[in-house]
Design a binder for this molecule. Structure first.
Ligand SMILES: Cc1ncc(COP(=O)(O)O)c(C=O)c1O
Length: 403
């Protein structure tokens, strides 16, 4: 049986042959790739506009600036989160205020939101964590009452939907990320989506003042992604990297995390416009994104249905379709569950999300609990039916170590 890395990336073959050609195209054609990518993305999500940028965090910065939110304002977000977001708020001079996580959905605890609102609160960021939807309809009345902007962080939720509305478009404005193992991967990149054409006009004006990511940077980051894709390719990973992962784990070294050549979350991401090469890469992937995500949704649903009844999984919002960006498992002891899964050939992520409360010296016990107990499994896009069953059997095989 093949082994399963903590992330993996699919590179369309067409991309490899096409990039050298587009380098020599006229500049009008190059900039058209950015426009075409934006149009396809907007059409896929049924949004009124989408604006391509160099990362998810650049998207967030531009959104906040476009609403003229002053430095020193408080911005609410779930404490159990991707840490890069509150870090980037702090860097920009805003005050992240952490809301507790819910023990079943692992998303923001809607009952804790109002308690955290003050007269300095200007916005709330709703993260659709692991690709599961947060109930934004339930948050809208609270936000309206206090005149707070809702920003949807759909970085992990491309293709997830609630009542036929896609993640990112349920509130007025949202954003996506195209880094790392995201299903749409331009090595680094992001997209703002909005229903408000007035807001997109303001954002486009701000964006026009930023430089385009250089072609050298776009190419070198793509090269790093190719290396990562090779390393996590099912044959290379199963026969070379997985045995090394087991070996290094004996010394508590996580080899794939050490080999973080594509993950730029810890490096400084400049606020830029998307480069035409990245747009071209994204545009190509748009042709298959819907079927790819649909396929993975099928794997996710099937896998969940095969799990032992005693295993608790992330609860799914009614009338929603998650994209299964990651499959979170609540363990009794994260390290033990990790080692047991690794023995079955599944390399789980220990800290894709974490309790970020320490950034503001706050205390959110449920977020801390989730952070201490949840590990996540990556579902590759190219799974076969028997591999889904194998993963389910492996998880069932360690049920005594899971909650
Ligand atoms: C939930 C979430 N929000 C925001 C981001 C930030 O995106 P980027 O790394 O493109 O800035 C990520 C990145 O993985 C994420 O997972």
């Amino acid at each position: 049986m093949r082994k399963f890395p903590k992330r993996n990336i699919i590179i369309p073959k067409k991309e490899l042959i096409s990039i050298p050609r587009i380098l020599f195209e006229p500049s009008s054609k190059k900039s058209q790739y950015v426009t075409d990518f934006e149009i396809k993305f907007k059409e896929y999500l049924n949004a009124n506009d989408s604006i391509a940028v160099s990362s998810g965090r650049t998207a967030l910065n531009l959104i906040i600036d476009s609403y003229s939110i002053e430095k020193g304002s408080e911005i609410l977000l779930c404490a159990y989160n991707f840490i890069g977001v509150p870090e980037s708020l702090l860097k920009k001079g805003f005050i992240p205020v952490f809301v507790e996580a819910d023990k079943n959905t692992y998303q923001i605890d809607i009952n804790d939101i109002e308690r955290k609102i003050s007269n300095k609160t200007k916005a709330i960021i709703i993260t659709h964590l692991f690709g599961h939807l947060t109930d934004i309809d339930a948050i809208k009345p609270i936000a309206q009452k206090h005149n707070i902007l809702i920003i949807e962080d759909a970085a992990q939720a491309l293709g997830s939907s609630h009542k036929d509305r896609f993640a990112g478009t349920i509130s007025d404005i949202g954003f996506f990320s195209f880094t790392g193992s995201k299903p749409l991967n331009t090595s680094f990149g992001g997209m703002i989506v909005t229903r408000s054409l007035g807001q997109s006009k303001i954002i486009r004006q701000q964006l026009s003042m930023l430089p385009e990511t250089s072609t050298a940077e776009a190419l070198s980051s793509r090269l790093r992604t190719y290396l990562y894709a090779l390393a996590t390719n099912k044959h290379f990973y199963s026969y070379v990297l997985y045995p090394l992962t087991i070996l290094f784990d004996k010394f508590n070294i996580d080899i794939l995390e050490k080999y973080k050549i594509i993950d730029r979350s810890i490096t400084k991401l400049p606020n830029n416009r998307l480069n035409y090469i990245q747009a071209f890469i994204g545009l190509n992937q748009m042709d298959h994104i819907s079927s790819l995500l649909e396929q993975r949704r099928g794997f996710g649903n099937k896998l969940i249905s095969m799990l032992d009844i005693s295993i608790s999984t992330q609860s799914i919002l009614e009338n929603s379709e998650p994209c299964y960006f990651m499959l979170p498992l609540k363990s009794k002891d994260k390290t033990i569950a990790y080692k047991k899964l690794l023995a079955f050939g599944i390399d789980a992520n220990l800290s894709y999300a974490q309790d970020c409360s320490f950034l503001t010296n706050s205390n959110n016990p449920m977020s801390k609990f989730l952070s201490d107990h949840i590990l996540t499994i990556n579902l590759p896009f190219d799974l076969k039916e028997e591999e889904v069953a194998y993963i389910a059997d492996s998880i069932n095989g360690i049920k005594e170590f899971l909650e």
